[in-house]
Design a binder for this molecule. Structure first.
Ligand code: SF4
Ligand code: SF4
Length: 134
């Protein structure tokens, strides 16, 4: 396929390996995420933060189990329909536009990301997906 025709789905396909759910840096959750996940798990936002999050730099991030996986990982994401924005956007995030090296760093962790294409094509796909997510 010519590079100019490439779409985000041509440069990333999730293989559902769960490696990005190990949460070394923590998966941050916005207020909107908290409301959505609390509703999905039949709890209220306050209890959700108390029971399923830890605080990192004054902000809530999803808690991890002893095996370092996200508390919602169980062979697959158990809150897939309402997973946090950060998880939904991966790997098409703004920081790739700021520094393309971020794509390659993330790809070191994620087997679904292609690294055999020009940086300009990766950036264009990230731009396209970010616009779609608005
Ligand atoms: S590391 Fe990549 S391929 Fe694996 S589950 Fe996460 S997004 Fe999917
Ligand atoms: S919320 Fe789901 S997709 Fe996000 S880190 Fe946890 S298990 Fe993975």
């Amino acid at each position: 396929m010519p590079y100019k025709d490439m779409k985000p789905s041509d440069i990333f396909k999730c293989r559902q390996c769960g490696d990005c759910c190990k949460g070394y840096g923590g998966t941050s959750v916005t207020e909107k995420d908290i409301e959505a996940i609390a509703g999905y798990t039949n709890t209220d936002p306050g209890s959700f933060v108390d029971n399923y999050c830890r605080i990192s730099g004054k902000k809530p991030v999803l808690a991890q189990k002893e095996d370092v996986y996200c508390i919602f990982w169980d062979g697959l994401c158990t809150i897939h329909p309402v997973k946090p924005r950060m998880c939904r956007e991966w790997p098409f995030i703004k920081s790739v536009l700021v520094d393309i090296d971020n794509w390659y760093i993330m790809a070191g962790l994620c087997p679904g990301m292609r690294i055999d294409i020009p940086d300009s094509v990766i950036k264009e796909c990230v731009r396209k997906q970010l616009t779609k997510n608005l």
